[in-house]
Design a protein around this ligand. Sequence first.
Ligand SMILES: NC(=O)c1ccc[n+]([C@@H]2O[C@H](COP(=O)([O-])OP(=O)(O)OC[C@H]3O[C@@H](n4cnc5c(N)ncnc54)[C@H](O)[C@@H]3O)[C@@H](O)[C@H]2O)c1
Ligand SMILES: O=c1ccn([C@@H]2O[C@H](COP(=O)(O)OP(=O)(O)O[C@H]3O[C@H](CO)[C@@H](O)[C@H](O)[C@H]3O)[C@@H](O)[C@H]2O)c(=O)[nH]1
Length: 439
Amino acid sequence: MARISVFGIGYVGVVSAACLAKDGHTVIAVDVDPGKIKSINDGLSPIVENGLDALIAEVVAAGKLTATNDVQYAIDNSDASFVAVGTPSAPDGSVGLTYVEGVCRNIGAALANKSSFHSVIIRSTIVPGSCEATCIPVLEKASGKVAGTDFGMGYYPEFLRESTAIEDYYDPGLIVFGALDKKTGDFLTALNTGLNCKIHVVDLRTAEMVKYTSNTWRAVKVTFANEIGNIAKASGLDGQTVMEILCSDEKVAMSKYFMRPGFAFGGSCLPKDVRALRYLANSTGTNAHLLNAVIEANEAQIQRAEAMVEASGAAKVGFVGISFKPGTDDLRESPLAELAARLIAKGVEVGIYDPYVFEAYAANNSTAGRGNDVIPDLKDRMVEDLDHLIGDSGAILVGNFYKNTVGSLEKAAQTRPVLDLTRMKRDMVSEGQYQGICW
Ligand SMILES: NC(=O)c1ccc[n+]([C@@H]2O[C@H](COP(=O)([O-])OP(=O)(O)OC[C@H]3O[C@@H](n4cnc5c(N)ncnc54)[C@H](O)[C@@H]3O)[C@@H](O)[C@H]2O)c1
Ligand SMILES: O=c1ccn([C@@H]2O[C@H](COP(=O)(O)OP(=O)(O)O[C@H]3O[C@H](CO)[C@@H](O)[C@H](O)[C@H]3O)[C@@H](O)[C@H]2O)c(=O)[nH]1
C-alpha cells in the first residue's frame, strides 16, 4: 500500500482521496481552503456527492485519510502526490494554469527539502504540452532538481463524472497515463491493476490530449443528439425515440451515453475543455469548425428553453433542478442557472427546488452554491417543498430529473404549463400544457 498526498480537495481530489484511502492507501489531502480541511478531519464530505459522506466518515475514522494545509508535512509523509486543482478557463478561453502553477511551486519548494524519491502526478485537465512547458519547469525551478531523475513526473487524467464519481472510480471506461520515469509508471500501473479496464501507457502529451478528446467527444454527442431532437420535434416526431433506435445499433460500437436529446450541456468540464481545445486549435492555425458549431449550438439550446418559458407567458417560474445535472450540488456553468439568470434579468420571478443544492446550504457546506455567479440571491430562492413551489408558480421548468418529483409534476401539468428539458416520464410527449424540449 502506498502513501499518497492529494493536492486540491475539490470534486476530483476529494473523491480520489477517499477512494484511495478505502483501497488501503494512506492519504493526506491538501488544500488552501480551511473549510474543506476541517470537513475532512471531522469525517464529513465537503461536497454533495452520492455515497461520499459514508465513505469519508469510514476512512477518516480508520485513520487512512487526513487533511492539512501543510505542504511540507504532506510531501514528507507521502511517496507520491496527485495534483487535482482547478483549471478554469482563462478570459480568452485558454486553459487556466494559475492554480496548477501555484501548487507545483509549493510542491517543488517542499521537494527541495526531501531526500527520498517522490513522484508528482498531475490529474488536473491541462492541454497537451502543459506538463512540459509549465509543470516541469516550475517544479524543477522550485526544487532545484531534475524531473524524471531526481523526482518522478506523470500525467494521469481523471474521467469521473460528478454524481456517479465513486462508481466511475471503481468502474472506469478509460485508464491512460504518461510518465517520465519508470518508478512513476510502475506506481500508476500497480495502482490501476485489478480494475476491469485496459491500461494505456503513453507519453505525457498524448495523455493530456486524450482527456480533451474524451470531453469534446461527449460535448459533440450531446449537441448532435439535441439537434436531432430539435429537428425531430419540428417534424412531429419524438427525438428521444429516434436516438434510442439509432443507439440500438451496437454493431458500430455505438454507446447510448450522451446521446439522449434534451437540454444544453454544462458543468465544470465540458464547456471549458471545448473552449480550451478550440483555443489550442486556433493557436496552431487549425480551423476547428466542429468545435465552433458545438459552442454555438449549445448556446442556442439555452435560447430554445428560454423561448419555451416566454411562450408560456408565466410571470413566476418554478425550476426543478438548478445544478448542472442531478445528483450534485455543483452549479459551475450550469445551463439551468444561466437560463434562470436570464429570466430573472427580464423580470420573471424564479423559485428553485433542487434537493442537492438545498442540502449543501442546509449543511452549511463551505462550498454551498458552488459555481453560481449568475443567479442573484440563490439561497433565498431555494424551496424545500416541491408542492409549495408548484402551488406558487405560473409555470414549472423541469431541468433535472429527480425520481420522487414525477408524480407531483405530472399532476401539475394538468393545471399549468410544465416545460420539460429532461423528460421526467418516458411516455409523456408535448401536449396541452406539457411541453418537452425535443419530444
Ligand atoms: N469536476 C469533475 O468532475 C472533474 C472530473 C475530471 C477532471 N476534472 C479536472 O480536475 C481538476 C479539478 O477539478 P475540480 O472540479 O475538482 O476543481 P475544484 O475547484 O472543485 O477543486 C480544486 C481545489 O483545489 C484547491 N486549491 C487551489 N489551489 C491550491 C493549492 N495551491 N494547494 C492546494 N489546493 C489548492 C481549491 O481550494 C479547491 O478546493 C480540473 O482540472 C478539472 O478540469 C474535473
Ligand atoms: O446524455 C447526456 C449526458 C450529459 N449531458 C450533460 O452534459 C454535461 C456534463 O455531464 P457529465 O459528463 O455527466 O458530467 P461531468 O461530471 O461534468 O463529467 C464530464 O467532465 C469530467 C471533467 O473533465 C470528466 O471527467 C467526465 O468524464 C465528463 O463526462 C451536463 O450538463 C449534463 O447534463 C447531457 O446533456 N446529455
